[in-house]
Design a protein around this ligand. Structure first.
Ligand SMILES: C[S@@+](CC[C@H](N)C(=O)[O-])C[C@H]1O[C@@H](n2cnc3c(N)ncnc32)[C@H](O)[C@@H]1O
Length: 285
């Protein structure tokens, strides 16, 4: 669906509409309306450099949705979605509402530092009358303690019980100077045994050296001029972020290969060399 380009809301306080932001560009990739001209212009250039970009965004969303379904099947009832983005179809609270019986509790905390993502999340949660069991924390995920101590997190998450911690399509915005491994380790160490950690990440390490791969690298490089510079990492760099947790089947895989529920569309397979994801479970002590 083409974005309705004139429908972007009045910018909430703190929104920089002079510089493109990852949250709003991603919204544009997914056909949303919470983006400004500067985001759309950036998105169009990115898609020119790598036409698979929109498919990659949809794959990350679909991966996230399958992780939530699998975690619910495994009995997990608490979710922290770090870098949750501008809400679009298939948000965690929507899956919970569809899947969890009314007489059972389940909670979700969305975390994003982007003002548009936070403002729109608030609107959606109010519209869906979900504010008793779902909340948005507008904070930087590189400060895990700030997120653990936030009032919304404290009200919704019991860290004595398992939590599904999701880092979907976000860690490639955390650069080497911010000790990404240490950040993820802090989340791992704070949650109870039986918790899950889901990570997806942009990568070119398994891709053939061809024009498409060169286009992906150029596209990633253009993010240096946005509010969210981006880093590609090999699987060997981000797989250790799961620590000693037990990798769940099928391990770190191309996104459409992580517990697929239906045949992937051709464009998904086309783009799939560049996005990898996996889920691990915290062992009992
Ligand atoms: C590509 S979007 C992914 C959205 C969502 N996880 C998904 O897969 O559909 C990345 C999101 O991470 C957010 N983000 C990037 N760095 C962040 C940080 N350090 N703290 C909080 N949010 C961050 C961006 O604002 C953006 O909304």
């Amino acid at each position: 669906m083409a974005p309705q380009e004139d429908n972007a809301p009045t910018a909430p306080a703190g929104v920089d509409t002079d510089k493109p932001s990852a949250a709003r560009i991603y919204d544009w990739y997914l056909g949303g309306t919470q983006n400004w001209a500067v985001d759309r212009e950036f998105g169009r250039k990115a898609v020119q450099l790598w036409p698979g970009m929109k498919a990659m965004a949809r794959q990350n969303r679909a991966f996230m949705n399958r992780v939530v379904e699998a975690a619910l099947d495994a009995g997990i009832r608490q979710f922290i979605d770090l870098g949750s983005g501008v809400p679009t179809v298939g948000n965690v609270h929507e899956i919970i509402r569809r899947r969890v019986p009314d007489d059972e509790d389940a909670t979700v905390v969305y975390v994003d530092y982007e003002p548009v993502a936070a403002a729109h999340s608030t609107l959606i949660l109010e519209r869906d009358e979900a504010t008793d069991w779902a909340g948005i924390v507008q904070r930087d995920l590189r400060d895990p303690d700030g997120i653990f101590d936030d009032d919304t997190t404290c009200a919704l998450i019991d860290f004595e019980e398992p939590v599904c911690v999701m880092l979907v399509a976000v860690m490639h915005f955390v650069g080497p100077d911010d000790s990404p491994g240490k950040v993820v380790e802090t989340y791992r160490s704070h949650v109870a045994p039986g918790s899950w950690l889901a990570i997806s990440h942009a990568s070119t390490d398994d891709a053939p050296e061809n024009d498409e791969t060169a286009g992906v690298r150029k596209m990633i490089a253009t993010y240096q001029n946005t509010s969210n510079p981006m880093w590609l990492r090999d699987r060997a760099e981000f797989t250790p972020w799961f620590g000693d947790w037990a990798m769940l089947e099928p391990g770190v895989s191309r996104l459409p290969d992580w517990r697929p529920t239906n045949e992937p569309q051709p464009d998904e397979l086309e783009a799939s060399s560049f996005g990898w994801g996996g889920v691990a479970e915290k062992p009992q002590p």
